[in-house]
Write a protein that binds this ligand. Structure first.
Ligand SMILES: [Zn+2]
Ligand SMILES: [Zn+2]
Length: 283
């Protein structure tokens, strides 16, 4: 089902990208670059392929866990579906926060953040290594709670589809929606590397989790967002964009040596990485 959700929305995604590119052509043409959009598109295809393989492998595990569910929820009930949306979004928040704070997960997620531009096409910029980082592990508690695995997979896809719409600089603040939902303004902050903005606004659909767990920051008109990552990668090569942090991470683990030191390099926050510290010390 998740393929049909994304496929069904494909014309909407495409139309909005074309609209946005034309919108910026007259105002700030640097917001779009053909090379950037092309590498985002290739990364999207690579990610879709690995995602399809990953689901065929882990779906069995979801059904296994589902057999030991804590609650017998009526699968077709509106309340069950509503609870699934909220619960999945809650786990998405923790998946996303972990993706920024644990290097093993950042190695995948960095791909989404390494563009120095932010537009609708950035939403497609994903890594094929998410299954290795363990993204699916974060949805497993939902099956244990008693949500139907097919519904979980669909809701994960809907959450990601929603997030397409927050990747834009062409939309300002959205009134009362800003209090409840993740919006373009909140997500611009998330993609910015300014000290004030970095590692903030991890929300998927609901911004309430950031407010609840102390990671929320408002977009400040006095501090324009500077997009990208701390050590900008300056590449459009999808292979480089997918693997650079994995390579740096394993190199660091080998250089630091010792089991403790090596594991430290794999699971530390990204700014504590050995190569990052060396770069900081050199500059
Ligand atoms: Zn992120
Ligand atoms: Zn994003």
């Amino acid at each position: 089902m998740e393929k049909w959700i994304l496929l069904g929305l494909a014309p909407v995604f495409l139309a909005l990208i074309i609209w946005e590119a034309l919108y910026w052509r007259r105002r700030q043409p640097e917001n779009y670059s053909l090379k950037d959009v092309a590498s985002n598109a290739v990364l999207a295809l690579m990610h879709q392929a690995s995602d399809a393989i990953a689901w065929t492998v882990v779906t069995g595990l979801f059904y296994l866990v589902y057999q030991y569910r804590v609650f017998d929820l009526p699968p077709a009930s509106v309340w069950t579906i509503a609870a699934l949306f909220v619960a999945q979004d809650f786990f998405y928040y923790w998946f996303h926060r972990a993706s920024h704070r644990i290097r093993w997960m950042w190695a995948s997620h960095v791909t989404h953040h390494s563009s120095e531009r932010l537009n609708f096409s950035t939403a497609f910029r994903q890594s094929l290594t998410y299954p290795i980082s363990g993204m699916w592990l974060f949805w497993l508690p939902l099956a244990w709670l008693g949500f139907d695995p097919t519904h979980i997979i669909a809701v994960v896809a809907i959450n990601l589809a929603f997030q397409f719409f927050v990747h834009t600089q062409a939309v300002g603040k959205l009134g009362w929606l800003e209090y409840v939902f993740n919006t373009p303004s909140h997500h611009r902050v998330h993609h910015a590397r300014n000290p004030k903005y970095i590692d903030r606004n991890y929300a998927g659909v609901l911004i309430i989790w950031d407010k609840l767990f102390g990671t929320y920051v408002d977009e400040d008109p006095a501090v324009p967002c500077e997009y990208g990552i701390i050590g900008q990668i300056h590449s459009h090569n999808p292979i480089t964009l997918t693997f650079h942090e994995w390579i740096a991470m394993f190199r660091d683990a080998a250089r630091v040596g010792g089991l403790r030191g090596a594991l430290g390099q794999l699971f530390c926050p990204p700014e504590r990485a050995d190569s990052h510290r060396r770069r900081q010390a050199a500059s």
